[in-house]
Design a protein around this ligand. Sequence first.
Ligand code: MG
Length: 208
Amino acid sequence: MQPIHNIYCVGRNYRLHAEELGNDVPDIPVIFSKPTHALVKADGREITLPGDWGDVHFEVEFVVHIGRAFETGMAVDDVVDGMALGVDFTLRDVQRELKKKGQPWLLAKGFPHSALITDFRPFPGTAQCLKTEFVLLKNGKTVQTGRMGDMLFDLQTIVEFIAAHVGLGGGDIIYTGTPAGVGPVSDGDRLTLRWGGETWGDCVVKLI
Ligand code: MG
């Protein structure tokens, strides 16, 4: 599998999550990106996150790895060669201020360790993924449950949209949006990412 190249993310891709933050449900996909410095493995390690910029929220997300350049007419199952679970950490108070000013989200979304990621596994195909729930636990308690079928924009739409507007090639990964239930992390919290009841990764939060 090619090393990670671009990190794309989809915002507001689940109706209940858009509503919990008081946002309108979008007509077209909301896309943003993170620097590769944001990446950190969910392999049980302690990860440092900013402790003095207001709330840091967890957002568990289904993540796909792109195997080759997308060309018009290709299906998701032709271009996606891996899947993982991730957390799109967000400085929520900073994001609120940026939104008010109409400024880009980079400072709220792109800080070091803001892109937690499990190991990638072979992609079993969209149909199989639609049957499985993904879950985030905080200190052993379920805080978010996601079903790909609840996405406002499905994988095919997202892949086509990103390819058309900003380019999509081998090594790119896409965080496909978070379901409802986001909330703040505290120093010492353990986060666990599960796919269909199987633990795929975890970490312990260290706020600095
Ligand atoms: Mg997100």
